[in-house]
Design a protein around this ligand. Structure first.
Ligand SMILES: [Zn+2]
Length: 423
């Protein structure tokens, strides 16, 4: 396959640049990147004139079956929402509902430019079925917690082991994490089980971490130490993906720097739940890897990573009065290569480079009424962050497969899903 004449987003050393280039894809891989590749070399040619060709976006923290919870949050804080709405409803969800809700979310992700998602949920075999049918790249898990008792906790651990042991070793699109829900919802016993599973299977940890202020005291009460000390005690030496990290102080940052971990910044969910906002400019300047996530649609509204990029960029202006804060180029990296690093997938995805897997999106920036916010297009990268929406994504490739072309979904019966939810 050949993608011709696109404005290609390339990472050069520490910089992000836009170049007119052709990209040749052979099977799953990016095979050649050059100024002019002859059409005869390709079976299929995609004309990307007036379009941006960029790495697929990586959503590093989501709960993909939570599309079913869109619009349930009004009038709550985090704890009230979890205790009074989410957990009681989740206890009644059926496998079929989780499958359908996952399909809706996968369609939402693919149609808005996300090509890889890091999930955090349960009924995970159904989620895996939906991902496999859609040819979506994902990191999945079965979330562990025991704030509702020992018996439920044991069955969660067994479900995780079953999920992992029944994986298709030939399907490299789906990988796994071990995921305690949070340090405030897991006892020492569950954290120890998570540590052992991560070591046994050589998997990363994915955990909610210092999202809201009430967590700080709850963790001290439950574990007798600060959140970061508890994290270090159990997961030092294990690659760890920390969702949120809103409430980090300077001491926390110094401890995290000694660990193999990074932060998922979920600005829309944090704003929506009244958690304030993480100073990710500071985290990045101090050398911590920060990527972007949407969280579930219950708190994050939607899975459009372009919206998340814009809000992430703007939010830093709410806490930094000068120009030291992160810019559009850093935001693009947070949504792509930083995400790949955080998921341990940087050798495969996250950038357009020869030898990497072809996870690529093509974004329509052509001068027309639908794109009036981008005219004149003085700075493509700035326009990508501030004036592009998920619906501008025209074509998406995952692992060299076209999963959406000219906004037609290839593996998902979108009419069927929409009509099911309309009912
Ligand atoms: Zn979350």
């Amino acid at each position: 396959m050949l993608i011709k004449n696109g404005n290609v987003i390339i990472f050069e050393n520490d910089d992000v640049v836009v170049k007119k280039l052709d990209i040749k894809i052979k099977g799953e891989f990016i095979d050649k990147i050059a100024e002019n590749i002859e059409q005869e070399e390709a079976e299929k040619v995609i004309d990307a004139s007036n379009k941006v060709v960029m790495p697929g976006l990586i959503n590093t923290h989501a709960h993909i079956a939570m599309s079913i919870f869109r619009g349930t949050f009004e009038g709550c804080d985090l704890y009230t929402w979890l205790n009074k709405k989410i957990w009681p409803i989740e206890a009644k969800l059926t496998e079929e509902q989780v499958y359908d809700a996952s399909m809706l979310s996968i369609a939402e992700m693919i149609s808005t430019g996300t090509t890889c998602v890091n999930d955090h949920y349960f009924f995970s075999e159904k989620i895996r079925d939906a991902l496999t049918k859609s040819n979506m790249r994902a990191v999945i898990t079965r979330v562990l917690m025991d704030n509702d008792g020992e018996e439920a906790s044991n069955s969660r651990v067994n479900e995780f082991i079953h999920l992992y042991e029944t994986r298709d070793v030939n399907n490299e699109l789906i990988t796994y994490t071990v995921s305690p829900h949070g340090l405030y919802t897991c006892s020492d016993k569950v954290l120890e089980i998570a540590r052992r599973l991560a070591i046994k299977y050589d998997l990363p940890i994915h955990v909610h971490f210092l999202e809201s202020v009430s967590e700080i005291e709850d963790i001290k009460r439950l574990h007798g130490n600060t959140a970061t000390q508890v994290l270090k005690k159990y997961f030092d030496g294990i690659h760890t993906i920390l969702a949120h990290g809103v409430k980090l102080n300077d001491e926390d940052i110094e401890i995290l720097k000694t660990m193999d971990c990074g932060i998922v910044h979920n600005p829309i969910s944090n704003f929506r739940l009244g958690c304030k906002i993480a100073d990710v400019t500071k985290y990045i300047r101090k050398g911590i890897n920060v990527a972007l996530g949407t969280d579930g649609q219950g708190s994050g509204n939607n899975l459009d990573m372009f919206e998340t990029m814009k809000i992430a960029a703007l939010a830093q202006g709410g806490i930094h009065e000068n120009e030291e804060r992160i810019d559009s180029k850093e935001i693009i990296k947070m949504a792509t290569i930083n995400g790949a690093k955080l998921l341990g997938l940087e050798n495969k995805i996250g950038s357009i480079e020869v030898g990497k897997k072809a996870d690529i999106i093509i974004v329509d920036i052509s001068p027309k009424l639908e794109n009036i916010k981008m005219i004149p297009n003085n700075d493509i990268i700035s326009n990508l962050v501030y004036n592009t929406e998920g619906k501008n994504v025209d074509t998406s490739l995952i692992n060299g497969n076209i999963v959406m072309e000219n906004r037609n979904m290839k593996f998902i019966d979108i009419e069927k899903i929409i009509s099911k939810f309309a009912k």
